[in-house]
Design a protein. Sequence first.
Length: 114
Amino acid sequence: MTYDEIAKLTEQLPYRDKLRLVQLLIQRGRKEEEQYLEQRKQGGKVDKEMVQYIAERLAKLKPAKRKTVLSCIAAMFQFQGGISPEEQKRLLAELEKAKFISIDANNRTFYHKA
């Protein structure tokens, strides 16, 4: 069944049934979103494409300090449920490992390639 078919069928429903349907859809949507976020957190693997994407974005933004880099990484994922500080640090370590960036003893960031 497609969205358009469902939309046409809902036009036939009385007012209260439409509200009940809306509540049901919201509840199911939230439940699916929670399951998706759990799976994403359990996955734990760092995708090379994700590291490349983050490197390209950081190369454009050029945050100068480690703390700012971590804030930028967090902002990239804020609309997808966010990521934990540990995950941010893990992504930063992957960026350093791939030699996209390096961070010196004074927490200054240097960019090598993207």
